[in-house]
Ligand binder design. Structure first.
Ligand SMILES: Cc1ncc(COP(=O)(O)O)c(C=O)c1O
Length: 445
């Protein structure tokens, strides 16, 4: 654990004076202007009828109470209108995805024309790499985190293999096209200066930089603005997987000049299991119809889509990357949640999030236990709401004990408990209770 002085600095930086008493937590909740948002969500119950302590909004967000009505509206229109619902439903299905565009764009700091809701995350990463990973000559490498989420690793490796096979036919050499960013020996997360160095050193060989906005394991948030700037300077395209950043960080994708991004919506964006995902394509690419892309009829010019011609004419902007007509029930669920985000505002959510997570960090620092260590950066600018707690000797019994006591966190192999206090529905009291339970379980061991 970090020394106390570190936490005092952190507290001063955020002008907060944390205390470890329960009354402090209760008072903090009273003063929290966003506290009523918790009422908008179903909190799962324990067997004893009490709310669970839910800290896995970084994995699956809770259900907004309004989701049911949003989906029922579409069920009703389908029941009474059949196919006519495409035009005559209360919320016509034909343009339904457009109802979400602006709200989603606001969540990630994009222009509406740069954003679309479609497919699932890994599918979208592939579709975007078709357009934005264009290896040529010696500029053929992709840069990712060494401990990127496995699906990203598989996607990137398979894209590389796909291009290498094509090149093999043209008899070029197939050297390793992957650069993995690893923390320094003995350190838990990457230093921005090291990322910059690798980008600069390998500049003329990098075709694509594809990092997570927030690393799923360590909870480290990357300096996306800086990485984009350096990546562009070296001639690379820069994209981000925002699975753990969308709805968590205050993002400014347009201003940061990011080329593209993709994210799922079932984590912080509460769209439900397997919910429909989001995509960002910077407007400077919106009319670049020379970019290769896989096409489908939903990406075709809306004015002529139903003329059923055989020549694909892409819509300008992110919508031009769509393939299929989208799943309306999924859109309806996400729409319910995005309305809540619109009401709360990402800036305010992020402000509360920083306080909540700093508070969690403070309480953990008060626990004198050498069995646990926080591996998430301690600078609030370098993390979202998640703290990753490494358990010595990969002893999973601690995780099992807190689970038995009503905590829903998650265990990520080999040795980490991830805990994410989410500002929309977690309270300071939740965080305080969690710390008490963790302390208790550590003592009893
Ligand atoms: C960082 C990251 N990338 C990719 C995925 C895979 O998402 P999907 O199954 O929606 O494609 C996840 C899922 O948790 C993730 O956390």
């Amino acid at each position: 654990m970090k020394c106390k002085a570190h936490y005092y600095n952190l507290m001063q930086n955020h002008s907060l004076n944390f205390e470890s008493s329960e009354s402090f937590a209760l008072e903090s909740d009273k003063q929290d202007a966003l506290r009523h948002f918790r009422e908008k969500f179903y909190i799962p119950k324990q067997a004893n009828g009490e709310d669970v302590l839910y800290f896995t909004g970084n994995s699956l967000g809770l259900q907004p109470k309004t989701v049911r009505a949003f989906i029922e509206q579409e069920l009703k229109d389908w029941e009474t209108l059949g196919v006519e619902g495409h035009f005559h439903a209360k919320n016509p299905w034909m343009p339904y995805h457009e109802f979400l565009t602006e709200k989603m764009a606001n969540v990630v700091g994009a222009k509406p024309s740069e954003t679309v809701v479609m497919n699932s995350l890994t599918v979208n990463l592939h579709l975007l790499m078709v357009s934005f990973y264009r290896p040529h000559g010696k500029r053929n490498k992709i840069v990712i985190e060494k401990n990127a989420f496995p699906s990203d690793q598989y996607a990137v490796q398979s894209q590389i293999r796909f291009h290498q096979r094509q090149n093999a036919k043209r008899k070029t050499q197939n050297e390793d096209w992957l650069i993995e960013l690893a923390p320094r020996e003995g350190e838990n997360y990457l230093r921005t200066q090291d990322i910059e160095k690798i980008l600069e050193e390998n500049g003329d060989e990098i075709a694509l930089v594809l990092l997570g906005g927030v690393n799923y394991y360590t909870g480290q948030a990357f300096d996306m603005r800086r990485i984009t700037e350096i990546g562009h300077k070296t001639g690379a395209v820069v994209g981000f997987d925002l699975a753990h950043a969308a709805g968590n960080l205050f993002l400014q994708l347009h201003d940061w000049n990011v080329d593209f991004a993709a994210w799922c919506s079932y984590k912080y964006l509460n769209s439900g299991p397997g919910g429909i995902a989001g995509v960002f394509v910077h407007e400077r690419h919106s009319e670049n119809f020379e970019l290769p892309r896989f096409a489908g009829w939903w990406g075709h010019d809306k004015k002529t889509r139903f003329l059923m011609g055989d020549e694909f004419v892409p819509i300008k902007g992110a919508e031009g990357w769509q393939l299929s007509n989208p799943p309306i029930f999924q859109l309806a669920a996400l729409r319910a949640s995005l309305d809540i985000f619109e009401e709360a505002g990402m800036k305010k959510l992020r402000e509360k999030s920083v306080k909540l997570t700093n508070y969690l960090e403070f309480l953990l620092s008060e626990i004198q236990a050498d069995r646990i260590e926080i591996i998430t950066p301690n600078n609030p600018n370098e993390r979202g709401c998640q703290l990753s707690i490494r358990v010595k000797n990969a002893d999973k019994s601690l995780f099992k004990s807190i689970t038995t006591r009503g905590v829903i966190a998650d265990w990520r192999e080999p040795d980490v408990i991830r805990v994410a206090p989410v500002p929309l529905y977690n309270s300071f009291a939740d965080v305080w209770k969690f710390a008490e339970i963790l302390k208790d379980c550590l003592i009893k061991k």
